[in-house]
Design a protein around this ligand. Structure first.
Ligand code: SAT
Ligand code: MN
Length: 582
């Protein structure tokens, strides 16, 4: 028996001894197995069948109402030295965390089946991919992992062939919010999650592995694991440039990744190709460029707000073979959420008769799970073992004021500062207050598996002789006017901004230099057919020097939070900009 298989079997045995399941099922990822999972969930009420005529093979899952989002306050990074987790994470001493988790896991799978889920994050034959095994007692997790990762026999074969794999142990427990923890042990490459069945807490390949553990691994191995979509933009000459873009959860990554060009652009021959909508692993290639893979195989996207108008590609991929979580349903049992332009809800996400005075039809963080291959803008570049070369990296957040529509960083160091100082309004993707502006460096605040100070230093380290790094930009689609209305139309029209970004990256567009970065002159941006007021465009592209003076002071305080782990070069960059503004 190969030693990797032996160590996997040993671990599975140890877990079974602790959790005491009635049965152990090794998942092979087959259609027959999936049919069995679905049958079990239909029988126990975990899944409800949706309208087979309009939505073949689609199911609704209603989660426990207390279990609808990530729980950042219950998420821990357990390193030997607390400073390695950093002030950006909750920390617990590893031995104490293990003791707490062991107590929760003891006997927790009695009467249940324990599923062993081998998975590969990234194309199965890519050297950039990494494998893991999730043990879970939730068939809903199995069904979602099958869509979201390369799950089953092929992944297990790779694990048996090669070195280490990430060990993830998950039990829904009693879904009790008071007995819920999401623990990460980066030094052991392991994850332990208890008490939640919700996406980011339970589908351990996603945030737990592909971001928290992977970011830690990436630092030691010289790559980056980021909370970014990956999109290919094909211009009328037939050239495709790839862009990676970081936004916090529920800030439109899925929509941007699946963007449909405005009419004039479509006529001219522009096309958009979706490689990924949430996570991006970037490795320096032999030619000095950064190459990106999407470690995921599916989309776990926010349903509310998704419509023919905002994301027609998503709508087209959601009418077959999809799982919906916490959406409402119409009288004829079709999924329904706020923002849909047709149909009407009959029941809300908790299965009650819909009453808008009581609850929205869909929970604001209701989700769909669907295979990436169902997206009309899917490209088989998503399967390329080499990944795609990046021409630009974009950082974006939800900022009602101050941050212009787009700005270009002067160089890599400035770009890292722009990413590090990102801030955004909180959303329903995590439990807690919504709409509060907080710093969210590289949109990784909830996901970096180590100290942000070290993380910034790691980012800076890519700038070395021979590197041909992508240019870094910042965008803000979310500026509001005095009446609280969005100033920029967003969605498909964001391609106008991406066109400028790519033209800058290839030296073909003008810009105005300012201390905080280069912004387009109004004429540098294609606004044909947009009907945007010139004064509004002007405002969107103006750098508010007074506002930025205060912002730079606040960024200085933020960087100081990481003490001497914050790289000096980053502080110096901030000081340089502050001096120019003064
Ligand atoms: O639930 S997830 O963490 O996967 C979604 C998100 O918050 O980005
Ligand atoms: Mn995300």
């Amino acid at each position: 028996m190969p030693s990797q298989l032996a160590s996997l079997k040993q671990w599975v045995d140890d877990v079974a001894r602790l959790t005491q399941p009635d049965q152990v099922h090794w998942c092979d990822g087959s259609d027959a197995e999936n049919a069995l999972m679905v049958e079990r969930m239909l029988a126990n009420g975990d899944l409800l069948k949706l309208n087979e005529q309009t939505h073949p093979n689609c199911y609704l899952h209603r989660s426990s109402p207390q279990d609808v989002a990530r729980v950042e306050h219950l998420t821990f990074v357990c390193t030997t030295n607390p400073a390695d987790a950093g002030p950006n994470n909750h920390w617990m001493e590893p031995a104490e965390a293990h003791a707490q988790m062991d107590a929760l896991y003891a006997g927790c799978m009695r009467g249940r089946t324990m599923y062993v889920v081998p998975y590969c994050m990234g194309p199965i034959d890519s050297p950039l991919s990494r494998c893991g095994v999730e043990i879970t007692d939730s068939p809903y997790v199995v069904a979602n992992m099958r869509i979201m990762t390369r799950m089953g026999a092929a992944a297990q074969a790779r694990i048996e062939r090669e070195g280490s794999f990430v060990k993830g142990l998950h039990s829904i427990g009693e879904l009790d919010p008071n007995r819920r923890f999401i623990m990460h042990f980066p030094e052991e490459l392991s994850i332990q999650s208890f008490g939640s069945g919700y996406g980011g807490n339970a589908l351990l390949g996603k945030k737990c592995h592909a971001l928290r553990i992977a970011s830690y691994q990436a630092r030691t191995e010289g790559w980056l694991a980021e909370h970014m979509l990956i999109v290919g933009i094909e211009n009328p000459k037939g050239e495709t440039h790839y862009v990676a873009a970081a936004f916090p959860s529920a800030c439109g990554k899925t929509n941007l990744a699946m963007l449909i060009p405005p009419e004039g652009y479509r006529r001219d021959g522009w096309k958009v190709w979706t490689v990924g909508d949430d996570i991006c692993w970037m490795h320096p290639g032999a030619d000095g460029r950064l190459y990106a893979i999407n470690p995921e195989a599916g989309y776990f996207g926010v349903a509310p707000g998704t419509s023919e108008k905002t994301n027609a590609n998503a709508m087209a991929m959601l009418n077959h073979d999809a799982i919906f979580t916490n959406v409402g349903v119409t009288a004829d049992n079709q999924p329904w959420w706020e923002g849909m332009t047709t149909g009407a809800p009959a029941q809300d996400w908790q299965g009650r008769p819909y009453d808008r005075a009581v609850s929205p039809a869909a929970h604001p963080n209701a989700r769909f799970t669907v295979s990436a291959k169902q997206c009309p803008s899917y490209t088989d570049k998503a399967e390329d073992p080499q990944g795609v070369p990046l021409s630009a990296i974009i950082f974006g957040g939800r900022r009602a004021s101050l941050v212009p529509l787009v700005l270009e960083a002067r160089d890599w160091t400035h770009g890292v500062l722009v990413g590090a100082s990102m801030a955004s309004e909180t959303t329903a993707a995590a439990t807690g207050a919504v709409g509060v502006v907080r710093r969210d460096s590289m949109a990784m605040k909830p996901f970096a598996g180590y100290n942000f100070g070290d993380y910034f230093a790691h980012w800076l380290s890519f700038d070395k002789p021979g590197a041909k790094l992508p240019k870094i930009f910042q965008v803000n689609w979310f500026r509001k006017d005095a009446d609280g209305k969005f100033m920029w139309p967003g969605f498909g029209d964001n391609l106008r901004v991406l066109e400028w970004v790519l033209k800058r990256a290839t030296g073909q567009a003008g810009a105005l230099e300012t201390p905080v970065g280069n912004v387009p002159n109004p004429a540098d941006l294609n606004t044909d057919g947009l009907g945007l007021d010139a004064a509004v465009l002007e405002q969107l592209l103006t750098v508010d020097r007074e506002g930025y003076k205060a912002e730079m002071a606040s960024i200085g305080e933020y960087l100081d939070e990481f003490g001497d782990r914050t790289p000096h070069a980053l502080k110096a960059e901030r000081a340089r900009i502050a001096a120019q503004l003064a």
